[in-house]
Design a protein around this ligand. Structure first.
Ligand code: DAH
Length: 338
């Protein structure tokens, strides 16, 4: 006498082990062998299980029968797809066509956002900047406190930021790398920090909960707003075109004073003419940030910026939806392969 529980466990095991057996079969012979062993009329495992139906109490037979059918269906479906995946049996009447061109293999390529990051890094390298990196899990102090955020700033709310514990979080921007670099190096400092950042945003056409940023920082004696504007304008000329125009709009970020957003005038070739596209936030590093990192703000000054390379890739390639950059669809990505 078998119980229903034992019967169902056995049916599950046949479905699970049988599926694995079929998936492991790479030749037609191995598949046939698996089919007979599982579904064969005389010795098949499922057939033996069905023979035990009679030994169950009458009221359990319905549930047991349903389990048998489900297992059978799973095995048959797996067999059908495994068969379809097998190479066709050689057909003696149609010999192989040796003149047929080979299938082109997809060799892989650099992602469009990485291409933008590489290009931007190349331009800043020519301008004397070095790459710096920092951790993606940060403390509140590096992500906010040292960057002159007041303790009640809304960006620190749990609905904006992904916390790992009370004091640690996934960094919401690459700006904490400024603080880490200022702590460990003495000026002159010129760094560029590409990296992932995280926010509690919905995934929609223009937002992603995780995205890349590039931070820039330049600190030395006597650095002024003129250096900021000249360097970023030069970057735009090299990245977009000699004729590209830029404009700075005043803006607020706690870690800079004054702060600005920079727009570039671009023509997206969509018949609508040129328009201003925001590419970055920037400003003169706030003395409180320098002081918090142990740099003498009476002696040194400088500027910083932060930009989103995905947004830049989107405007460059006229992409309507940021999610295209996350889907890993080769048909889309191969258009940018270099
Ligand atoms: N951290 C800012 C953000 O994520 C971007 C930013 C703005 C960075 C101005 C800067 C800056 O370095 O100076 O929105």
């Amino acid at each position: 006498m078998t119980t229903l529980a034992e019967f169902l466990t056995r049916a599950d095991a046949i479905a699970r082990d049988g599926t694995a057996l079929i998936r492991a079969a790479v030749t037609r012979d191995a598949l046939d062998h698996a089919r007979v062993g599982l579904l064969g009329r005389k010795q098949g495992q499922l057939t033996s299980l069905m023979a035990m139906l009679g030994s169950l109490p009458a009221e359990d037979r319905r549930a047991a029968g349903a389990a048998v059918n489900a297992t059978k269906q799973t095995l048959e479906l797996t067999l059908t797809s495994a068969e379809a995946a097998l190479a066709p049996a050689p057909d003696a009447s149609r010999p192989d066509d040796l003149t047929m061109p080979g299938r082109d293999a997809w060799k892989g390529a650099v992602h469009p956002v990485s291409l933008v990051i590489d290009e931007i890094s190349g331009i800043f390298r020519e301008l004397g900047f070095t790459i710096a990196l920092g951790p993606e899990a940060e403390t509140e102090w590096y992500n906010f406190g040292a960057l002159n955020f007041p303790p009640d700033h809304p960006a620190m709310e749990a609905h904006d930021t992904l916390y790992l514990s009370d004091d640690t979080l996934l960094r919401t921007h690459t700006s904490p790398v400024q603080v880490r670099t200022l702590q460990s190096h003495t000026p002159p400092i010129r760094i560029l920090c590409p990296g992932n950042v995280y926010r509690r945003d919905f995934f929609d056409a223009t937002h992603a909960p995780s995205f890349m940023q590039i931070e820039g920082l330049c600190i030395d004696e006597g650095v002024s707003f003129v250096d900021l504007k000249a360097t970023l304008s030069e970057f735009v000329r090299r990245f977009y075109s000699d004729a590209a125009r830029v404009r700075l709009r005043p803006s607020f970020f706690p870690f800079v004073e004054p702060g600005a957003e920079m727009d570039v005038e671009v023509d997206l070739n969509d018949g609508k003419g040129t328009r201003w596209v925001e590419i970055l936030g920037c400003g003169m590093v706030h003395p409180n940030v320098l002081d918090a990192a142990g740099i003498d703000s009476e002696k040194y000054s400088g500027w910083a910026f932060g930009m989103g390379p995905a947004r830049i890739a989107m405007s460059r390639h006229k992409l309507p939806d940021i999610r295209l950059l996350y889907d890993s669809d080769v048909r889309f990505l191969e258009q940018f392969a270099q």
